[in-house]
Structure formats: C-alpha cells, structure tokens
Design a protein around this ligand. Structure first.
Ligand code: SAH
Length: 343
C-alpha cells in the first residue's frame, strides 16, 4: 500500500496519529511548524524530535513533492505546470494583485463536467487530486517566490465539489493558524453547481467564500453550455443558493464568462438581473480566454461594458474581472493541454 503523504494530514489527524504512537499533543504543533513555517523537506531536519519518532514517521508517512515541470512568467501572472508522483500533470496560476498574491489551484486531473467553452473539460477526469497535491501547489509556489501567498481560489482544472472530501481537507490544512494560516475569507471555492455538495458545504463551520459558475440566465442556454445544468437546473440551483445565503449570511459570487453572441446580449443581462434580484450576490463578468481548440469567441470590450452598465442600472453588484495571463496560456487547462500534445 502507498504511504500517506505528510501534507495530506489535517492538524487533528496528525495529532490523533501521534497520540496513537504514545506522543504528547505538543509534538503536533512542533511538526506542523517544521512543515509550514520552516518548510523543511524531510523528517530528519526536525531536530527537536527523538530519533525514534523520526524513524517511525519515516517508515509510515511519505514526504514526496510535486515537481515544477515548467513555469511561464509575466508581470501579472506566473503559470506553473506540475508533474505528480504518478506522472500526470496539473497546473496552478499565481496572480499578482495590488492587494497581495493569489494562487489558483487545480482540484482534479482533468474534469468530467464537460462545459463546452472550457479547455480542461476536453481532457476527461483521470483522478481526484489528493489533499497533499493541492496543498503542495501552494507550498511550491511560496518556495519559488520566497513570499507568502495571501489568498487561494480553487478555480483551476477540475470541479472541486466532484472531489469534495479532499477539498475540504485541503481547506482545513491551509487554514490552520499554526501553519500556512490562510484565512477562510481569503479562500474561494468555485463550482459549476453541484447542488447536494453546496448543501453539505453550507453546513460546515468554515467561513470560506463560494463562487458559482452560472454563465447563462436560463435553462436552455445553460444546459447547452454546461451539461451539469441538466442534473441541477436553475430553479433548483437558485433555491439552493438562497438557502446558502440565508444559512451562512455570506455573499456569494456569480461568475459569468462573456461569450460573444452566445450569452452577452442585453436580453441575457436583463434575465440575469431578474434571476439575482434581491439576492446577496455579486456578479463577476469574466472576459473569455479564447483557446485554439474551441470555437467560442470573447465578447468585445464594448459589449462587456454595456452588459456591466445594464446590470448596474438594475441594482446588481457587478465587477469585470481583470484579465490575467491570456498571454501565457493561463486559461484553465491550456498549459496542461499543450504538454499533453507534446507527449
Ligand atoms: N469547475 C469549477 C472550477 C474550475 S473552472 C467551476 O466550474 O467553477 C473556473 C472558472 O473558469 C469557471 O467559472 C469556468 O467556467 C471558467 N472558465 C473556463 N474556461 C474559461 C476560459 N477559457 N476563459 C475564461 N473563463 C473560463
């Protein structure tokens, strides 16, 4: 059996394990600090542990890392392609905002959601990422930059709620105050709308932000772009989001990718405004990142502006997402797709 990776343990799990070995609880904090504050690369470097404990840990827990295969850099973004222990590839994007550094992590190898405009969906899901493989995306980028990451968005390759347990564990690990200590309000999970998982998520005592990839204001259009809408149509999704807002008292983000002459008319804006009326939500209009394999085009700047103005006029909170990384293949899945073709 493959050994479990040290970055796969939540604080509580590591504590339970150490207690089962007859250790005291303070050891957990010590090890956690070695991992996430001093960022050592082996148990041998944990100099305040006994040789005996180090040997037990080495025999039972692995310390493997992902490897940065390639990195593309621009002034606003870095894009990292990682190879995983089993030889698969995933990617993460660093965004340099004026308010801090943000990393967009992948949650799966490939994706089964099949959204028509999305590059990641062209490569079907091979497997879930383990929690450590998501944690290490952040660790390795911090190491590369020698700087701390301020916020994390789970918006890379994959559907996080299709890998729900590992994503929740990942959030607990990076949120822990003794470790990377990334505040829950600085973590955003984006889903295409898996209603049962949104329901589970709203009952967790975590103040993490939720973003919904909506992309269309009616079922006909949404189903044609996003097959998931056939399983969880808009009425069901919107009712669930209202319940989420009521229960958590948190505002949700609605993502809306602007596709030329597909979903960017003012008629769509009007339907969207009606759908969101009175909801504690804000809309993030995403300029589409065109990819060579997919026929969708990006809306013109002018059309995005008109759509934005229309929503504003209707009293909807809205922003236009700053374009990051279109010059470095940073649209989800693009780097991995390229690598796949090279192989
Ligand atoms: N599966 C999750 C998270 C990954 S996709 C979700 O659907 O939310 C992250 C976001 O990027 C989604 O809103 C997705 O629709 C959007 N997206 C996918 N391809 C894109 C592209 N080429 N340009 C801009 N946004 C894209």
């Amino acid at each position: 059996m493959r050994m479990r990776n040290i970055f796969d343990y939540t604080y509580e799990e590591l504590n339970d394990y150490l207690i089962s070995l007859g250790e005291k609880s303070f050891r957990t904090k010590q090890i956690w600090q070695w991992l996430y504050i001093h960022k050592v690369k082996s148990f041998d470097e944990m100099t305040n542990l006994s040789k005996e404990l180090i040997n037990k840990l080495k025999n039972n827990i692995s310390f493997d890392y992902l490897v940065i295969k390639t990195k593309q850099e621009s002034n606003l973004t870095n894009k990292y392609l990682f190879s995983l222990p089993d030889g698969n590839y995933i990617e993460a994007v660093l965004m340099k905002h004026d308010y801090g550094l943000s990393v967009c992590v992948s949650s799966e190898v490939g994706c089964n959601m099949g959204c028509k405009f999305c590059e990641s969906g062209r490569l079907k899901k091979i497997r879930n990422l383990e929690s450590f493989e998501i944690v290490e995306q952040i660790m390795l980028i911090e190491e590369d930059l020698k700087q701390r990451i301020d916020s994390v968005v789970v918006m890379g390759i994959g559907e996080p709620f299709d890998n729900y347990d590992n994503i929740i564990k990942f959030i607990k690990i990076i949120n822990n105050p003794f470790g990377l200590a990334i505040g829950a309000r600085h973590i955003t999970v984006s889903t295409c709308g898996l209603v049962p998982k949104i329901k589970e998520f709203m009952n967790l005592p975590l103040q993490v932000n939720l973003a919904i990839s909506l992309h269309a204001p009616n079922d006909e259009l949404r189903s044609s772009l996003m097959p998931i809408n056939k399983a969880y149509p808009l009425a069901e999704l919107m009712a669930c989001l209202k319940e989420y807002i009521q229960k958590t008292n948190r505002r949700i983000t609605i993502e809306y990718v602007m596709l030329k002459e597909v979903n960017d008319s003012l008629e769509c804006a009007d339907k969207l405004a009606n759908l969101l009326k009175g909801m504690n939500a804000y809309v993030n209009l995403i300029p589409y990142n065109e990819t060579s394999h997919i026929e969708f085009l990006k809306s013109s700047k002018n059309q995005i502006r008109l759509f934005y103005d229309y929503l504003k006029k209707k009293g909807i909170n809205v922003t236009i997402r700053k374009e990051f990384g279109s010059n470095i293949d940073a649209a989800c899945g693009q780097l991995r797709a390229k690598e796949g073709e090279l192989k």
